[in-house]
Design a protein around this ligand. Structure first.
Ligand SMILES: NC(=O)c1ccc[n+]([C@@H]2O[C@H](COP(=O)([O-])OP(=O)(O)OC[C@H]3O[C@@H](n4cnc5c(N)ncnc54)[C@H](OP(=O)(O)O)[C@@H]3O)[C@@H](O)[C@H]2O)c1
Length: 275
């Protein structure tokens, strides 16, 4: 969430209960609701921003899975700022395993703004040695899985201070819509999805993304690299996923592209996130 004071959970629930009629119940002193809040109030679901750091030819990693660092230092600073503006950040199991990320905000004075970290791990196969699961003081960390909370692996993770959410299955993997609903119930209104490729594709196939922020580096990796998005089974150009409100700006040597997924039913008139 961005732009000013963050509303309290009770306020969010009141807005949602009022069926999104924020104007009718918002006291004059309340902050102007962001588009994330507007979507939450209408649907109970968080706003979903997909973010990627890609080469000019749309790759997020080399064939060996190496992705550090495709974009430059300025783009990485922008990413940390973006993280500091959202409530939760999500990655897939392969990204957690390959990159061993911290998914924290590492900007002077903003370290306390680290969002809740969500990791998709259908069968709790990730090693406990990952930095995300370290026993040291860490931001709230959630593993979304198909496994039961009573399972040995789940209990071990819980013992390490990690929350385990047992979410329903869709095609053998974590059901993303159910996960978004759970995030909404927790009062988390803006989710940043940081890949990788399978996760981006799953959000797009399920039409669950609202916004795209791509940091594009002037580099070529080639078709053996890992693509930002995989097959979407688009039968014709006319049926391609459409985006609107496209904007671009320079960030160091990179370009930042922002756009909203169309039809922007929940985002009408809202400019894309500024980072
Ligand atoms: N440049 C960038 O911006 C960037 C960002 C992130 C990652 N990366 C790179 O991307 C690569 C990893 O991408 P990837 O495509 O191999 O894997 P991924 O998207 O990181 O993870 C996919 C895995 O997540 C789990 N998962 C659980 N529920 C899912 C669901 N509903 N939809 C999709 N996945 C679900 C599945 O594993 P289980 O079945 O085990 O649960 C699935 O195989 C790494 O090389 C990393 O460096 C680059």
């Amino acid at each position: 969430m961005r732009n000013g004071k963050k509303p309290r959970a009770s306020q969010l629930k009141r807005w949602h209960a009022a069926g999104g009629k924020i104007a009718a119940i918002r006291p004059a002193a309340d902050p102007e609701p962001s588009r994330a809040l507007l979507k939450y109030a209408r649907t109970g679901l968080p706003w979903v921003t997909l973010k990627g750091a890609i080469s000019l030819d749309g790759r997020i990693a080399t064939a060996t899975g190496a992705s550090r660092w495709i974009t430059g230092a300025a783009s990485r600073r922008c990413t940390h700022r973006l993280r500091s503006q959202v409530d939760a950040i999500l990655v897939g199991a392969n990204t957690a395993r390959n990159d061993d990320p911290r998914l924290t905000v590492r900007l002077a004075g903003k370290q306390k703004k680290s969002p809740v970290r969500i990791i998709l791990d259908s069968h709790l196969r990730l090693p406990w040695t990952l930095r995300l699961f370290s026993r040291r003081k860490k931001p709230r960390t959630v593993v979304a899985t198909l496994e039961a909370l009573e399972s040995r692996k789940a209990r071990a993770l819980i013992g390490r201070g990690v929350e385990v959410w047992s979410i329903g299955s869709r095609r053998g993997r974590v059901d993303l819509e159910k996960l978004l609903r759970r995030l909404g119930e927790e009062g988390l209104t803006h989710l940043l999805v940081e890949g990788g490729s399978e996760v981006n594709t799953a959000f797009l196939r399920a039409r669950l993304a609202d916004e795209l922020v791509l940091f594009v580096a002037p580099k070529l990796i080639g078709s053996d690299g890992i693509p930002w998005v995989r097959g979407l089974s688009v039968p014709s150009v006319a049926r391609a996923l459409r985006l609107s409100h496209l904007s671009s700006e320079r960030c160091g040597d990179d370009l930042v592209l922002r756009a909203l997924f169309a039809p922007p039913s929940l985002a009408r008139g809202a400019p894309p996130t500024q980072v």
